[in-house]
Design a protein around this ligand. Structure first.
Ligand SMILES: Cc1cc2nc3c(=O)[nH]c(=O)nc-3n(C[C@H](O)[C@H](O)[C@H](O)COP(=O)(O)O)c2cc1C
Length: 193
């Protein structure tokens, strides 16, 4: 193993599921790619996204206090590059990339029609985290394609590897490691064998 401690950029924890964050203020809709996002709480349902103040999305979320988080199939991976390599400060991404949007139910920001899952979020908190701002949203509605989750995720999600590279899952290679298996292992361990 190589050890480093003087860090500039680091992404050794990738792949990361790419989310498209959609925000809206007045009539202006914008979309950006985000690899830094996470579930924070079941109850209340909280979801966090980490956005640099340099992004147009940052301004829109601060004023509108809402956003949607959209998850892409691998067939749509080029959208991650489209929305991640262009800024709403320079272009209107909805028109330029001819995107199909749908109306959300509980927030004004729309969602990407072809996503396999979408979280509608209302901003409940935010804080500065180094060179990014961590926005905490309460999920106030979810859209999902039931066929994509039957019986578990069976589509190919868009995962980011960094430096413009994307990858997806091998869905023929799922493993179940349940409590029964753990208990069996522990009982053998307790018995010394
Ligand atoms: C795959 C991918 C993931 C990204 N993840 C993030 C992220 O988590 N946070 C962030 O601030 N920027 C991230 N970016 C960069 C923004 O998407 C990019 O700067 C974009 O142009 C911002 O658009 P906007 O100015 O219209 O908001 C990512 C870019 C790519 C391509």
């Amino acid at each position: 193993m190589v050890f480093i401690e003087n860090l500039d950029k680091y992404n050794f924890h990738y792949p990361a599921n790419v989310a498209i964050v959609c925000s809206k203020h007045e009539e202006r809709v914008n979309l950006m790619s985000a690899a830094w996002h996470t579930q924070l709480s079941h109850n209340p349902p909280l979801y966090g996204i980490s956005i640099s103040p340099k992004r147009f999305t940052h301004d829109l979320i601060l004023v509108s206090k809402e956003f949607t988080v959209n998850f892409l199939r691998f067939e749509q991976s080029r959208l991650a590059a489209f929305f991640g390599k262009t800024s709403g400060r320079d272009i209107d991404k909805v028109n330029v990339f001819e995107i199909d949007l749908s109306e959300s139910r509980n927030v004004k920001a729309p969602f990407l029609k072809d996503s396999y899952a979408v979280y509608e979020c209302k901003l409940v908190d935010f804080r500065n985290t180094g060179d990014h701002t961590f926005f905490i949203g309460k999920i106030v509605g979810i859209h999902y394609d039931p066929n994509a989750f039957s019986p578990s995720l069976n589509i190919y999600p868009t995962l980011y590897l960094g430096t413009d590279l994307y990858i997806t899952t091998d869905n023929s290679n799922k493993r179940l490691h349940d409590e029964k298996q753990v208990k069996e292992y522990l009982s053998r361990w307790v018995q010394g064998g």
